[in-house]
Design a protein around this ligand. Sequence first.
Ligand code: HDE
Length: 725
Amino acid sequence: MKAALEKAVDKVAELVNPPIPGAPTSEPPSFDEPTEPRGPLPPKPDQTGPETVSPTGASTGAPQLVNGQQGDFLTTSAGARLYDTDHSLKAGERGPTLLQDHHLREKITHFDHERIPERVVHARGYGAHGVFVGYGTAANVCMSAFLGDGVETPVFVRFSTVLGSRGSADTVRDTRGFATKFYTQQGNFDLVGNNIPVFFIQDGIKFPDVIHAGKPHPDREIPQAQSAHDTFWDFVSTHTEATHHVMWNMSDRGIPRSYRTMEGFGVHTFRLVNADGGTSLAKFHWKPKLGVHSLVWEEAQMISGFDPDFHRRDLADAIESGAYPQWELGLQVLPDTPRQTFDGIDLLDPTKIVPEELAPVQPVGILTLNRNPLNYFAETEQVAFHLGNLVPGIDVTDDPLLQARLFSYLDTQLSRLAGPNFNQIPINRPHAPVNDMLRDGFHQHAVHAGVAPYRPNSLDGGNPFEAGIEERPFVEVAQPLPKAVKIRQSPTSFADHFTQPRLFWLSLSPVEKEHLVQAFTFELGKCYEQTIKERELLVLANVDPTLCAEVAKGLGLPAPAATVRPKKVVPSPVLSQIGQTWPTDGRIIGIVVDPADLDGVRTVRETILAGGMVPLLIAPTGGPLTADSGLVAQRTLLTARSVEFDALLLAGAPDDPRVVLMIQECFRHAKAIGAWGNGRAAVEAAGYTTEAGIVINDDPSDVLKAVTMLLEAHRVWERFPATIS
Ligand code: HDE
């Protein structure tokens, strides 16, 4: 497994370092070498890193960029060496600053313009590079080359929250974006999905409405990055097609434990084309190898203050330590019938799923994230995804949400990235050759040769040529259109807003139902308007009477009766996150130690590391635990908080109330707790002895073994009172 990963890493390095056509082969023009170079320059960046060659291949003749820099000396942006960047040019030591100080003005001016507009939605995000390897299993349904057996394609993935600003916290209750750019040999393919398989609206024209409702109130601009406020619930309670998405948001899916433990969904139905021109309809799924896991709500709220960067830190740390997260890409393949429905489900309705029990997800390839960005702004901030970036074999459908998105992404990038040339930004550059006739515009980096950027032409020898159909260019399926009149209306098949939310509810385990009830009660409890709460209760009554009654009880309001007769549903067990075991790679285990008693600590720490997990030693103060142990405290009782750990071990019992608090919080959040030696006293001081998930034993290795087994199930689920069946 490790060898395979190493091979994949080498391969991705090779793939993202293709020779750049026209790159200067000779040494850069030389200056006098500095007498004392400031250390070796980092290796040559990949093609999605900065470069000085035009995207069309024309060399600018400039020295090659290395890590964004071309030499050791500080210069102006025009390349003039500087001897002082700490003092402005003044009329005398105490005199006024001179306007002629070009370096001062250039430095400040550039700084003044460092910010670009944040994304209007999905502003807060984090990305990573990786590689996708096809299994070849999709060949019958899709001709895309990147899905071919063993074909390796470099990718960049950006995860995000939807509502918050760029500086908001990671662990808020929200939908997460899961956007993937595949740099295929047939051009870029962008799969711009979410961690929730349905959406709030059925028609893209309503997107500004749902986002205006979810964003902070326009008068005070609060609350930040959350839906627990009146305008959001005002909208969704009057717009019942949002109910299914709201159910997922209020479930544990709205607060993922990690990006590494999230599913991803393309949401819409796409149309696939095979080599013979045959078509199918399909839904894209990303399945995390580590399983789907969430935080609990109190934990998520505490992390927002304790470590607002929790998810980005988790992803970056995992990749840096070699615990590369992986997802399998899967397809639900559905027949392309004239009605575009499956088992009565309208496949053009993005508020509906197709239960996996009816159409299994078939694995078609694997994604491994194995490299952190070098520069957040250059890569994660400037990456620009677009649903219209398709490759042969994948086409869009008439889903009205998808159709509106096809317009929106290019449009928003024109202002966010200031002009039409953002595909020349290194992170967006295709790895396939680009030979377009797009010219000029803001931030044009290409030095295009030729005089005839038009077709047909004779002056440039007729170049560029159109690919012949036999070369399988981008495929637009000749889909017959229904006999229709122009109309602003949805099909009647879009009208059922409650059956699938009910299916979701009935598919959850009792603990997950309990969490969902608490989330609704919390969010509605934060609303000021009584009518909004009452209206949402009516929505919930139409989903399920138990759900409605439980939330009403929490709000202290009467539960209304349903107004819509419920349809019979068959639950989809795969929607529940509980009941299996998963790998524990990258899980963080806190170990509270007392430097006076380090019995078993070293062995346990090494076993945790060998198991691909992360041990963090927590001591009363920082520094080496003892002069000769070689063990160093990574957290102190001041810097540690329970929410950072997936499980807690107590090897000692420092006499400090924060140890008791840490144990109690871990217990409340249903985390496994283990203790040996004096650690037993700490657990007892917190009030626990034989409760579920408390492991006390004299042998530290046995304690760790039992705790690891509990961790495989993610949490000690029995700890949550399950009052709803
Ligand atoms: Fe987006 N969405 N969206 N969206 N979306 C954007 O594009 C939009 C929708 C999604 O990491 C914006 O470049 C409309 C569904 C992700 O850079 C913008 C509609 C899904 C990201 C935009 C939708 C998504 C975006 C903002 C309704 C899941 C972050 C910045 C028709 C399938 C991509 C940008 C990144 C970003 C518009 C609905 C996913 C404004 C109009 C459904 C993951 O263009």
